[in-house]
Ligand binder design. Structure first.
Ligand SMILES: Cc1cc2nc3c(=O)[nH]c(=O)nc-3n(C[C@H](O)[C@H](O)[C@H](O)COP(=O)(O)OP(=O)(O)OC[C@H]3O[C@@H](n4cnc5c(N)ncnc54)[C@H](O)[C@@H]3O)c2cc1C
Length: 446
């Protein structure tokens, strides 16, 4: 819906300088808004800013877990091929002297994000080491376009709290908290501390599988506990190859003597339990007087996973949807937000947005999808329909093809899919497409 209203520029606070915050800042500025990005960390990158130190000492000299944002472990490599990840106008190309693999290690993605910042001069908008402690409505009674926000932020060193007023807040903080029990994969970094241990890895997720495969060389025994024993061909192959890796059912209970009981009555005595049970949404600084809430990992109500009908477009969220090709989707969200704030476009009525949310929830219920998977979309058509709200290009066929072939390959060949693939035809099409040729000779795709 394109509106006739006069365009205007707003003072916008973006929380977070990860991939979604960075692209949000770029799109907002392009649309003429004044943007300040708050980032609690010392650099850009979000999850991709690897933090090796996860333990510290408290005042009593006791070892404690530090509060770190990144869940990335040392050996982590991308699960999606680099070609599909790039923002539309900034392909993620291999560069000489860097990690040129198609599924590079995490630090290569950080370098890509740093290049993105450099190319679009984003750093000047970012206040580093500055955490947003509070964002709440200035005048609770005023909704919609006239809504303004009080933002209180604290700089790490000075501990000084600064209070400012913004026209809009864009929350771009990804999945902030982990379901913490024993030890969560969030604080797993390297396999060495588990040498000769019996380890139970709970959760057959991508990180659960990655960590188990890494532990086979150091741990005595690894028990990978999975909700379903009906696992992919790739995982079955890995399990049959390693004598010390076992698949077992869900954990029933933990005993004080160190035994871990499984639901089928079997048990093992474990030295360590690593929970790879996923991450949760959490916005501790955000005060919406209950208008937006997180309930069993459903952030809502959010129209198109982005806008709370009562507070939009003044409040918006980038980066909530999961299981889709992330970066271009974040970019389309950012464009829509920017154009709504400038008045170039308008949202449907609040009632219509609420109705759309209700229908979405209903369709998920009917499909038997649990509430905590509300934002797991896994749907290319959805990305295209979403983009249509703001005239954003549809996903290229090669992007979809490369994404699907990587998923299929991972399913069948878990240990090797990142280094051995048979999608070279689609890859060639990708490299010859305008997405890759737009940079001219600056960089070379592999
Ligand atoms: C282990 C792991 C592996 C992954 N692998 C892949 C992959 O292979 N491919 C893929 O596409 N995606 C992958 N992802 C998904 C990944 O989360 C996204 O790629 C992306 O990082 C999400 O970007 P974001 O900006 O929304 O959030 P984040 O990257 O989490 O960034 C959020 C930023 O907000 C900051 N912040 C939070 N709260 C505040 C506050 N109050 N004040 C100021 N700053 C704040 C944080 O410090 C952080 O910098 C992976 C995720 C994990 C955890």
């Amino acid at each position: 819906m394109v509106s006739e209203r006069k365009q205007c520029s707003k003072d916008v606070c973006v929380v977070g300088a990860g991939p979604s915050g960075l692209v949000a800042a770029r799109e907002l500025r392009k649309e003429g808004h004044n943007v300040v990005v708050f980032e609690q960390n010392h650099d850009v990158g979000g999850q991709w800013l690897y933090e090796p130190n996860v333990e510290g000492e408290n005042a009593l000299g006791k070892c404690t877990t530090l509060k770190v944002h990144s869940s990335v472990y040392a050996s982590l490599r991308l699960t999606s091929p680099r070609e599909i990840m790039g923002f539309t106008d900034f392909p993620f190309v291999a560069k000489k002297g860097r990690d040129t693999r198609r599924f590079p290690g995490h630090s290569e993605l950080l370098l890509y994000l740093k290049d993105f910042c450099g190319r679009f001069e984003l750093r000047e908008m970012i206040r580093f080491n500055t955490r947003v402690e509070y964002a709440g409505m200035l005048d609770y009674a005023v909704f919609g376009n006239d809504l303004r926000w009080v933002v209180k932020s604290k700089e790490k060193k000075s501990e000084k709290v600064v209070e400012e007023v913004y026209d809009a807040v864009v929350v771009a903080i990804g999945m902030d908290t982990w379901r913490r029990k024993q030890m969560h994969s969030h604080i797993y970094r390297v396999p060495e501390p588990f040498r000769n241990e019996v380890v139970v890895v709970v959760g057959n997720s991508l990180s659960g599988q990655d960590i188990s495969m890494e532990l086979v060389d150091v741990a005595k025994e690894i028990y990978l506990s999975s909700k379903s024993l009906d696992v992919s061909e790739g995982l079955s192959k890995v399990i049959s190859k390693h004598d010390n890796l076992h698949l077992c059912p869900q954990v029933e209970s933990l005993q004080e003597d160190g035994r871990v009981l499984f639901v089928d009555g079997s048990w093992v005595t474990a030295d360590t339990i690593i929970y790879c049970t996923g991450y949760s949404y959490s916005f501790p600084f955000l005060d919406t007087k209950g208008i937006v809430a997180v309930d069993d990992d459903r952030v809502g109500p959010l129209y198109e996973h982005t806008f709370p009908p009562l507070l939009a477009p003044s409040l918006s969220f980038v980066g909530i949807p999961r299981k889709l090709i992330g970066f271009p989707f974040f970019e389309s969200q950012a464009k829509w937000i920017a154009q709504l704030l400038s008045g170039k476009r308008a949202l449907p009525s609040r009632d219509a947005m609420m109705q759309s949310i209700k229908e979405f929830y209903y369709s998920r219920d009917v499909a038997g999808i649990p509430k905590h998977n509300t934002h797991d979309l896994a749907n290319f058509e959805y990305c295209d329909e979403y983009g249509d709200h703001v005239g954003f290009p549809h996903l290229e066929e090669w992007r979809k093809e490369l994404c699907l072939s990587a998923l299929k390959n991972a399913d069948a060949n878990l240990e090797t899919y990142r280094d051995s693939y048979d999608d070279l035809e689609a890859l060639q099409v990708a490299h010859q497409s305008p997405h890759f040729t737009q940079l001219g000779t600056q960089a070379f795709p592999m």
